[in-house]
Write a protein that binds this ligand. Structure first.
Ligand code: PLP
Length: 408
């Protein structure tokens, strides 16, 4: 039997059935009318944000990285909980605007912004995190044509990375941001263009669980921001310290020690250099805010045996949950947390693999896990489905189409 990842806190059984948002998932499936279905628990998101507010210094604002989950009802929930939104495309700009989010709270990072995306963002008053000198000049030119003062920040490619992170976004040659050494000159160019200077965006990596590594990276980001602000000779109104807080997906993973991250940041804030005294700081988090709040529910369509192995064939699969199948940025396939949702408190009775309905061996949601015996009609749950699920999976593959989604 292969181990399964740890089921996040906050999920219980009522009469044997997994409960999400106060009701058994069978109720939600009935209400939605079909499976597969993503359920996002508003209460778990609220609880997570509250935990962050308690742990982090008050001076630190909290931003939501929309790409983790752009489901509109979730964005509306977030609007009342966080201080800002980070988007990475013109499409995400349209989504946050449709959700009624104030563009003044939005910043836009991402390499390869097209002119029409820059144009829409500048008109709306969104802060652009500039990813290159060429992009800076295009943005300034577009703003001039529009007769609008653009709000410009610079994404710095830091000379360090986030140790132990699942995805490194800094340190060495990267398509993201502008190499630190070239930043001061570009700051002067942006300031002298008459743009509203918004400051730095320093993002060094993602999906780290080691609190001291996260704290060390935040410290390095503060040092770098101070040095670049000194060298550029311009005050620093704002500094986005990046994110990187991960969630436990796999066997043996443990949650980030949030209190430690908060304490270490508070210590740093108490002895900030003069050049950062007036600076406003934020972190931007995606999966840490929403990942563990989400559950992907699929129905068992067939129960098969092949060469002595049990396969639970579901109506879901990698076209909705690519990451759980091990095909989204993981090197070695390991099991996400999963369970038989309709037998949630039953003991382990057999070894089974939960597979999807796609005609490819890649389509595996759980490999040789230990489960209670499931039959056709049972529901399976894959946890940690609140981030990089529905919007980060190839829903059109094999003509399957998107899953249903509900905020509950
Ligand atoms: C993807 C991304 C995030 C969110 O990452 P998570 O691991 O989901 O927290 C934040 N900022 C930037 C710039 C990103 O590209």
């Amino acid at each position: 039997m292969k181990p399964l990842g740890p089921i996040p806190a906050g999920f219980e059984a009522a009469r044997g059935v997994l409960v999400v948002g106060g009701r058994p998932v069978t109720d939600w499936v009935e209400q939605a009318g079909d499976t597969p279905l993503f359920l996002y628990s508003a209460n778990l998101v609220r609880r997570r944000v509250a935990d962050i507010r308690v742990a982090m210094p008050e001076r630190l604002a909290l931003h939501y990285a929309v790409k983790a989950n752009p489901f509109p009802p979730l964005l509306s929930l977030m609007d009342g909980l966080v201080d800002g939104f980070d988007i990475a495309s013109g499409g995400e700009l349209a989504i946050v605007r449709a959700a009624g989010i104030d563009p003044a709270q939005v910043s836009f990072a991402g390499p390869g912004k097209r002119d029409r995306e820059l144009d829409a963002a500048i008109r709306a008053g969104v802060t652009l995190n500039l990813e290159s000198e060429a992009e800076a000049r295009r943005a300034i030119g577009i703003a001039e044509t529009l007769g609008v003062t653009p709000r410009l920040a610079i994404r710095v490619n830091p000379d360090f990375d986030l140790k132990g992170s699942g995805m490194k976004m800094g340190g060495g040659a990267k398509p993201f941001g502008i190499d630190a050494a070239r930043v001061p000159e570009l700051v002067r160019e942006v300031v002298s263009s008459g743009a509203e200077w918004r400051g730095f965006h320093i993002f060094a990596g993602s999906q780290a669980l080691d609190a001291s590594a996260i704290a060390e990276t935040q410290g390095q980001a503060l040092d770098l921001a101070a040095r670049l602000a000194e060298e550029s000779g311009a005050a620093l109104p704002h500094c986005n310290l990046g994110g990187g807080l991960g969630i436990p997906y796999f066997p043996g993973d443990t949650p980030v020690d949030l209190a430690l991250v908060g304490e270490r940041l508070a210590e740093r804030f108490e002895r900030l250099p003069d050049v950062l005294h007036e600076t406003a700081f934020c972190i931007e988090l995606g999966r840490y805010l929403v990942g563990e709040s989400g559950v992907y529910i699929a129905r068992v369509i067939d129960r098969k045996e092949s060469h002595g192995e049990v396969f639970l064939v579901t109506d879901g699969g990698l076209h909705h949950q690519l990451a759980a199948s091990g095909n989204f940025g993981t090197v070695v396939r390991r099991n996400y947390p999963s369970a038989i949702a309709t037998r949630f408190d039953a003991p382990v009775e057999e070894e089974a693999s939960i597979v999807g309905c796609l005609c490819t061996p890649l389509d595996k949601l759980a490999d040789k896990g230990g489960f209670p015996r499931a039959e056709v009609g049972d529901l399976v749950a894959v946890f940690c489905a609140g981030a990089y699920g529905a919007s980060a999976s190839p829903a059109q593959f094999l003509g399957q189409g998107a899953a249903l989604e509900m905020l509950v």
